[in-house]
Design a protein around this ligand. Structure first.
Ligand code: 26Q
Length: 787
């Protein structure tokens, strides 16, 4: 497939022309750039061919403010079917592939689940042959890099293109202009190939960079006004400068609104322009396009498309609205009220008044429609898109879309019956569920080649790579001890590899013979890392009072970034690191339990953690985690879930069996039932284990010079001015969590039984492939067909 001599020549040529020396002499980061650039030449023919094949076909577009793609190199090589060849070729040159691979910066253009989901969807669509292109923002700086210093999170800038961006092609010719009040900005596209596995189709991820029309104001410069001379340039470039690090918490920042309108307007202009090149009338636009909104972040697309159709294309308002309502689909990713986007009207008026006018008209149209249904004026406030000086982006998205979906069954049920109940009554046909999924190409094939080989061997082929349901055929091996032994051996190997990496990155020695109990996800109160932490404190005290305590050694591993302004979340990170110091430095305790906080948790670290896990911590307050996707990555790598009845956990245990997982705690109905009567003080006073653990936050066990532990303690027992005591039911669920952990401790000792549970998780994970999810979106929302 790949011509060795040809590729070698290109590599040497690029080395010289880009970095001025031979390939062998380059830094690893430079080798990465050169190798990738050289490989681009192998990508181009199919990329062009795939584009041409789309002509005239109905296609779908994914609009997302975030894409958490993970490293490109290995993924692209695997999907091109060229990894082994390239490794061999490098080997001939005396160069090690692995260190080049490790030198690639993660393009961290997303916060967490929502951005990673977008990346898995692109991979699945390209692999299955669906015409799905992504649009987003090419941030100069991705999600901050995290370091832990003196137990606390410190954020550093993530300059991900520092050494180059070899997979992105700058297409200056396709620049479009985006108009804000009083200024116009250039949106310059960078195209990234999304290579389907098997190398049959390549889709495109188009990310926009913000640039200024004016490079430099010579007059200001000559007047010695140096700041003013570059002001226009700086203001424009600031729009795509940095990814906002908030997840699950809405912060109405003007610049963020600018980012949203910037990429949405550029993308829609681009889609319309391309369509008009092929068609002489815009009337048929809805027949050829489906556009999916990844949460409300791109919801301004609804009035923007109205603007384009009515003001630029001269359509009648009503015909335009018909098109809009037929084009968009809206995916909701949260049930948390504080994460629902609302924008102050005055920001819209100030930045994009022409769009605000259109939203007003859409709102007016909605109210007329409500009146037509016989809904009385006193009920209008429930639906108004503009309400109380704010624009409610979710309401706009529902009204302007033909489909509204949640991301796991429970989540969709709660949307229908609670959060969006009034809207469901109006438009029941719009609502549907699309349970999330993950791509097995990255999360098994690439990150766990050892387990992948075993799977392929037992299945007698590798169809599972594009058809994960095949795994079910391996169920019978759950009773084959020889196979379970091999499976255990692989887990052991992945645990040793992780131990080595953790030693290198965190300087902590961990024992591959211990249970690896892992919680990796963004830090948020609702995800309850604090519950895990309190339980570790409890274990610490138990071991101190009874050094002979009969428990299997355990390593608690955490990875999490906190939004920089989220004080409590940062306090919890500090607490975990405090517990780590206490536990790991105590000679009585540290050979029984260990605590690790991995710094700078990100996609490439995740790829090393999931395969090595024995226990998957999914312990959010019931009803709060829309789906979760990390839970699926653990399952796919054969780790039982220790979790609540929340998000996709429910569907996971439905597939793999409750007996093979550890489900505990309050359910949504229970929380509803205890409602206002919940008194965490009562729970605390009646549970000495819990009391002792919680008291350690304020009794001097840990130094609390900032008072953050006291504040957390108070929030659980007394609440705060914005919430009731223990609003995430940490104390209430503590005892059941502790008992579930005890059961894991007992069950793990029976190694064959344990391996069977792990195996039954693996073989039943077929449903959670994003291939399945993308098939559902394609058929039920987008109506697109494979090319
Ligand atoms: C919005 C406005 C202003 C600033 C930031 C934001 C913002 C940014 C990112 C709000 C939310 C996010 C990300 C949310 C997210 O990742 N949600 C997760 O989505 C996953 C995929 O569906 C689910 O599995 C998770 O349950 C959900 O938490």
């Amino acid at each position: 497939m790949i011509n060795h001599e040809n590729l070698k020549n290109r590599i040497q040529l690029y080395s010289q022309t880009t970095f001025g020396s031979s390939f062998e002499e380059l830094l690893d980061t430079e080798k990465y750039v050169v190798l990738s650039k050289a490989l681009m030449e192998n990508v181009l023919p199919l990329w062009t061919e795939s584009r041409n094949a789309l002509a005239g076909k109905r296609r779908a577009f994914y609009l997302s403010s975030e894409y958490l793609m993970g490293r490109f190199l290995t993924n692209n090589l695997i999907n091109m079917g060229a990894k082994e060849e390239v490794e061999k070729l490098l080997d001939e040159m005396g160069i090690e592939y692995d260190s080049i691979e490790e030198s690639e910066e993660d393009p961290a253009l997303g916060n967490g689940g929502l951005g990673r989901l977008a990346a898995c969807f692109l991979d699945s669509a390209a692999t299955l042959g669906y015409p799905l292109d992504g649009y987003g923002i090419r941030y100069d700086f991705g999600l901050f890099k995290q370091k832990i210093k003196d137990k606390e999170q410190v954020e550093e800038a993530d300059n991900w293109t520092k050494f180059g961006d070899p997979w992105g092609i700058r297409k200056v010719k396709e620049t479009v202009l985006v108009a804000f009040r009083g200024s116009e900005i250039r949106a310059v596209p960078y195209d990234y190939p999304v290579i389907g596995y098997g190398h049959k189709m390549i889709n495109t991820l188009r990310l926009w960079k913000a640039e200024s029309l004016e490079e430099f104001d010579f007059k200001a410069f000559n007047d010695q006004n140096y700041d003013l001379a570059v002001k226009a340039k700086n203001d424009a470039e600031n729009i795509a400068k940095v990814l906002y690090p908030n997840d699950s918490y809405e912060e109405g920042k003007k610049l963020r609104l600018k980012q949203q309108y910037f990429f949405v307007s550029a993308s829609l202009q681009d889609i319309v322009r391309r369509y008009k090149k092929e068609n002489n009338s815009i009337e048929g636009f809805a027949d050829k396009h489906a556009i999916q909104l990844n949460d409300t972040h791109p919801a301004v697309a609804i009035p923007e498309l109205m603007r384009i159709l009515t003001k630029l294309e001269g359509m009648e308002w009503n015909s335009a609205w018909k098109i809009v309502k037929n084009v968009f689909g809206y995916t909701n990713h949260t049930l948390m009220a504080e994460a629902l986007e609302q924008w102050p009207v005055r920001y819209y008026e100030e930045l994009i008044p022409q769009i605000y006018e259109i939203i007003q008209r859409i709102n007016y149209m909605l109210l007329e429609e409500l009146a037509g249904y016989g809904i009385t004026h006193d009920q209008f406030h429930k639906y108004e898109i503009i309400n109380n000086g704010n624009i409610r982006m979710a309401w706009l998205s529902i009204y302007g879309s033909k489909s509204v979906n949640g991301v796991a069954r429970l989540h969709t049920d709660l949307l229908i019956n609670q959060e969006l109940r009034d809207w469901y009554r109006l438009y029941p046909w719009k609502f549907n569920n699309k349970t999330n999924g993950i791509t097995q190409r990255r999360w098994l094939l690439q990150s766990n080649p050892e387990l992948s080989s075993l799977v392929s061997e037992l299945l007698g082929g590798d169809e599972w790579i594009t058809d994960l349901a095949k795994l079910k055929e391996l169920e019978r091996f759950a009773w084959d001890e020889a196979i379970l032994e091999r499976f255990r051996g692989i887990k052991q190997l992945k645990k040793s590899q992780l131990a080595e990496y953790i030693k290198y990155t965190e300087g902590v020695d961990i024992d591959p013979g211990s249970i690896y109990d892992i919680q990796i996800k963004r830090l948020h109160e609702y995800k309850r890392q604090l519950l895990n932490a309190l339980h570790i404190i409890h274990l610490y005290f138990r071991i101190k009072e009874d050094p002979e305590l009969d428990i299997h050694p355990r390593t608690f591993i955490f990875g999490a970034k906190a939004a920089p302004g989220y004080i409590r979340a940062k306090g919890i990170i500090r607490l975990i690191n405090d517990i780590k110091e206490l536990v790991n430095n105590d000679p009585v305790v540290s050979n029984r339990i260990k605590v690790v906080f991995v710094q700078n948790y990100r996609v490439s670290y995740a790829e090393k953690l999931f395969p090595a896990a024995d226990v998957s911590e999914q312990i959010s307050t019931a009803g709060k985690e829309a789906s979760g996707t990390g839970n699926m990555k653990f399952m796919l790598n054969g780790a039982p879930t220790l979790g609540t009845y929340d998000g996709a956990n429910i569907e996971i245990v439905e597939e793999a069996g409750e007996e093979n997982n550890y489900i505990f705690g309050l359910r949504v109905e229970d929380i509803k039932a205890i409602g206002d009567t919940y008194d965490p003080k009562e729970v605390y006073n009646n549970n000495p284990n819990l009391k002792r653990a919680l008291d350690s936050l304020v009794d001097g066990t840990f130094k609390d010079d900032t008072g953050v532990y006291r504040e957390i303690y108070n929030s659980l027992l007394y609440g705060a001015d914005w919430h009731r005591p223990d609003n995430y039911y940490v104390l209430k669920d503590f005892e059941e969590y502790r008992l579930a952990q005890e059961k894991i401790d007992r069950d793990y000792r029976n190694s064959i039984e344990w391996a069977r549970k792990c195996w039954l998780n693996l073989v039943n994970s077929g449903k959670f492939s994003s291939d399945r999810t993308i098939e559902e979106y394609s058929r039920e929302i987008w109506s697109i067909e494979k090319i």
